[in-house]
Ligand binder design. Structure first.
Ligand SMILES: Nc1ncnc2c1ncn2[C@@H]1O[C@H](COP(=O)(O)OP(=O)(O)OP(=O)(O)O)[C@@H](O)[C@H]1O
Ligand SMILES: [Mg+2]
Length: 591
């Protein structure tokens, strides 16, 4: 969203804002009337002794009170309403933008800061609009109304009273400048605090395993102290400004009161006019005094709005091309041509990659940890765009295919088997509609059905954050079932069986074998025994394809793949030997 402006945000709830302004205008009118009635009573009714007028005045005052009650109540209901609506609008704009940003953005951003922007910054801006800015308009309306009346009552006094304003202006400018200096570090500390909290809870197991509780707590306290220090500084400056303005206002009012006694004695002013003038003075200075707190809030709110605007106006790097097409089917092949890619534009993670996957063929990406296997999968999903070269589906550049349709075509089982904190059923469906029978069938295929129905709440069991209530293997099988349920054209398994025992591994293997005739398979694996039957294998090393071919071809080459194969076989053989030795009587078994 371009040109996201504060003014536009302010007027987004047009009807409510107009209503608020109307209520403010009525409030000002009512506020003007009361002192004038007092003046009338003191200057006309009391001296004339005309008691017949009293009931009429009382009725008039009562009507004014009723109107004041209704208007004040409505005003107090409308303002929080505007505040909440503004917050909701801001949050919706933010999330609507953030959720579409590319993974590169999320790699760079801290969750704590994003959380703060969505939760705290939107709150600060909405409170400013609902609790400071709108009431300030009301105060401003009162100020104008009072100014007109006091000038009518006594223009000399009124002109003198106005001298208070430049003093206030200087005071508030100073306050504003001081606060402005502290605000950025205050926000920085707050972001760090949120990040620290998020990190503690997401890494609680490691914190406990490494006895880091005290250390993390101390770190939290240190950041928290910085937040308190900055907050206190802002509050102190704010209070100095506010109390100075109030005292100054009172001092001037008192001066006027004394002056007016002299004026009354000299017959230059009536008692009623003096009382009304004094009553108006308070209302004249109120808005100016309130400006002080508005200034502190304004500085905070503007910083919060700046942060929100920065995110809302961001353009996702991965976007649909204006002429992007919907693609629902792979008819020929997926190709990667001369592709190079870097996450941070410093070092290439992938270099000169060329590969081809025919429709319904199965390929494997193997290689050492960090060699770039998952990165290739992410480029096929268009989570990132390559720096050089291209990814083609049936000869069409991936950038010319609508992202939504691309991701419908691909079933992706990621390396970390992420699950949402929802029921198993919701995790499996992942927003799609499937009848229970379909879900059950896929779950049986990946050998998770019996486990799920054995749970107290069956498919309605909530799995906890990131699936914390399940084992690694259980999560992995649910993640596989989730991908298969979409009946994708292409399936990417990224280490899909790494957490499974050998029994489950061979069951999943069977399902994968079944799939190999029905869809295009891209399998990423460390254990070569799990991929030896695929049609073609690419061995990666430091982001480059160093060997490729079928399993037999690669074994025949007696090069890197061959040594890796032998190394793994020796490890397996060693493990087998260890296992059989464990079963031998006399070694570990009690007689
Ligand atoms: N989001 C990221 N930002 C920056 N660098 C990254 C990011 N993700 C991965 N890398 C780096 O890119 C390289 C390739 O990572 P990738 O995840 O593709 O490896 P992999 O072959 O899948 O490894 P593994 O077998 O351990 O899963 C690694 O050096 C890694 O540190
Ligand atoms: Mg990986």
């Amino acid at each position: 969203m371009k040109n996201y402006s504060f003014t536009r945000l302010f007027f987004r709830e047009k009807k409510l804002i107009i209503l608020a302004f109307f209520l403010m205008a009525v409030q000002s009118l009512v506020m003007i009337i009361n002192p004038l009635v007092m003046k009338f009573l003191i200057d006309h009714v009391i001296p004339s002794g005309n008691t017949k007028l009293l009931p009429k005045v009382v009725i008039f005052i009562l009507i004014v009170f009723v109107v004041e009650f209704i208007v004040n109540l409505s005003y107090r209901i409308v303002l929080p309403h505007i505040k909440e609506k503004t917050k909701k609008n801001l949050q919706s704009d933010l999330l609507g933008r953030l959720i579409h940003l590319d993974l590169g953005f999320f790699n760079k951003s801290e969750t704590g800061t994003l959380n703060n922007v969505i939760e705290r910054d939107t709150y600060v801006v909405s409170v400013f609009i609902g609790k400071n800015l709108l009431p300030l308009f009301s105060q401003l309306a009162n100020f104008i109304a009072v100014s007109v009346v006091i000038f009518a009552l006594n223009y000399k006094f009124a002109a003198l009273a106005m001298l208070f304003l430049p003093v206030c202006y200087v005071l508030y400018t100073l306050v504003g400048k001081k606060i402005e200096k502290i605000i950025p570090s205050y926000y920085g500390f707050y972001d760090k605090l949120s990040q620290s909290v998020l990190q503690i809870f997401s890494g609680i197991e490691i914190i406990k395993a490494f006895n880091k509780e005290r250390e993390e707590h101390d770190l939290f306290d240190t950041i928290s102290n910085d937040v308190v220090k900055a907050e206190n500084e802002i509050n102190t400056i704010d209070s100095v400004g506010e109390v100075s303005a109030i005292t100054l206002g009172k001092l001037i009012s008192m001066g006027f009161f004394l002056f007016s006694i002299v004026f009354i004695m000299n017959g230059q002013m009536t008692l009623g006019a003096a009382v009304a003038f004094y009553a108006y003075l308070g209302r004249l200075y109120d808005p100016a005094q309130q400006l002080s707190s508005v200034i502190a809030q304004r500085k905070r709110s503007m910083e919060s709005f700046r942060r929100i605007k920065e995110y809302v106006e961001m353009t996702p790097k991965i976007q649909d091309h204006p002429n992007a097409i919907n693609k629902s089917e792979l008819t020929q092949a997926i190709e990667i041509q001369n592709l190079s890619f870097s996450y941070d534009s410093e070092e290439y993670t992938l270099k000169d990659i060329n590969l081809k996957i025919e429709k319904n063929a199965s390929i494997a990406l193997v290689g050492e940890s960090g060699s770039g296997k998952s990165t290739i999968a992410k480029l096929l999903m268009r989570f990132y765009d390559p720096n050089q070269g291209s990814v083609l589906f049936d000869g069409i550049d991936i950038k010319r295919i609508k992202n939504d349709s691309l991701r419908v075509m691909i079933g992706y089982v990621s390396q970390d088997s992420f699950l949402f904190n929802q029921s198993i059923r919701e995790n499996l469906l992942c927003g799609q509609k499937h009848v229970d029978e379909e879900v059950f069938e896929v779950c049986k295929k990946v050998n998770i059905y019996d486990f799920i129905v054995g749970l107290e709440d069956g498919f309605d069991t909530v799995v906890g954050e990131r699936g914390v209530k399940l084992s690694g293997g259980e999560k992995q099988r649910i993640a596989i079932a989730r991908a298969l349920l979409r009946k994708p054209e292409i399936v990417i398994f990224d280490e899909a069986t790494s957490n499974l025992d050998s029994n489950n591994e061979s069951i999943i293997q069977e399902s994968i074998n079944e799939l190999s005739n029905q869809c295009t398979l891209i399998i990423i694996a460390h254990r070569l025994s799990t991929i030896k039957n695929v049609d073609y294998i690419y061995l990666l090393e430091n982001g480059r394809i160093c060997e490729q071919g079928t399993h037999d071809e690669l074994i025949g080459k007696k090069n890197k793949y061959f040594s890796l194969w032998n190394r793994q076989r020796n490890e397996d053989f060693g493990n087998e030997k260890d296992r059989s030795m464990l079963n031998e009587p006399g070694i570990f078994h009690a007689k």
